[in-house]
Design a protein around this ligand. Structure first.
Ligand code: SF4
Length: 59
């Protein structure tokens, strides 16, 4: 499921993945919602944002 890209940041999300389609300057995320997985993770390193969508040009 692809999230809607909003014209404002999703309050409460700080993200530094500047190659993502949803990334906004200032380490903000404009996705209407995000999905983080997988179940059963025991460390933060094991978790990933599944909503991430690679954007080559973030200008
Ligand atoms: S969708 Fe995920 S990876 Fe992309 S900016 Fe939002 S939180 Fe970051």
């Amino acid at each position: 499921m692809k999230a809607q890209k909003m014209d404002r940041p999703n309050e409460g999300i700080v993200c530094s993945v500047d190659t993502c389609y949803y990334y906004m300057q200032g380490d903000r995320c404009t996705a209407s919602q995000i999905h983080v997985s997988p179940r059963g993770s025991t460390t933060s390193e094991q978790t990933d944002c599944d909503t991430f969508y690679y954007k080559k040009d973030n200008s």
